[in-house]
Design a protein. Structure first.
Length: 215
């Protein structure tokens, strides 16, 4: 495993470039997010997706979330993007909003037809720099089953035994509230989980929003 310092913006470009090259090859990379350290790889790489599943011990065909560098790249991940979904992305990204969307067939993840994909544009500066170089990345928290997501590279290594090629070390993470999850796969816009983006803000953008996460 190569462990690269990404704590300081000055000189970080080389570390991020090394991690980007690994991710584009379909290797697994350990990265900081707003809430924990996570495993990422190229969202369009069958090898990368399988490697992440193997690292987590989850070989079942459960859809993995995808992080994107911009609204413009979502078309390669999701199909049938509605005007409401686009308005939510423009207003809330980068940030704590995850959208459940219809997956593009180009993902080649061997998922059942109609399975949604969770898409988000993160706010963490190191991860955004990486995404700018790689394009969409499949992502999952770097924790072993039943354990809390790791807040340091060392915690991730303890749980998963360094199951990655490159680690971007940004020091200890102070976790923030998890993202709000909104389903935009159909005609209705439906909140599935409350989180960092308030219902009030979402209703300013989508007045007919349905809240399935309350009660």
């Amino acid at each position: 495993m190569v462990r690269l310092d990404s704590t300081e913006r000055h000189g970080r470009e080389r570390s991020v470039s090394t991690a980007a090259s690994a991710a584009r090859r379909g290797d697994v990379v350990l990265v900081p997010t707003e809430s924990c350290y996570a495993l990422v790889s190229d969202a369009f790489s069958v090898r990368g997706v399988r490697s992440i599943r193997w690292a987590k011990g989850q070989m079942s065909q459960v859809p993995l979330p995808v992080m994107v560098p911009s609204v413009m790249t979502v078309g390669g991940i999701a199909a049938g993007i509605s005007a409401q979904a686009r308005a939510l992305m423009i207003a809330c990204w980068p940030g704590a909003l995850t959208l459940l969307m219809r997956a593009q067939p180009t993902l080649a993840w061997e998922l059942p037809e109609g399975t949604p994909v969770a898409v988000r544009m993160p706010l963490h500066p190191v991860l955004l720099e990486l995404l700018d170089k790689t394009g969409p990345l499949v992502v999952t928290a770097a924790n072993a089953a039943g354990l809390q997501p790791p807040l340091t590279v060392d915690e991730a290594a303890t749980q998963l035994g360094e199951a990655w090629v490159v680690a971007l070390d940004s020091g200890a993470i102070e976790p923030v509230e998890s993202s709000t999850v909104v389903d935009v796969t159909g005609d209705d816009v439906i909140v599935r989980r409350h989180g960092g983006v308030s219902i009030e803000l979402l209703r300013e953008i989508c007045p007919d929003l349905l809240d399935a996460a309350s009660g």
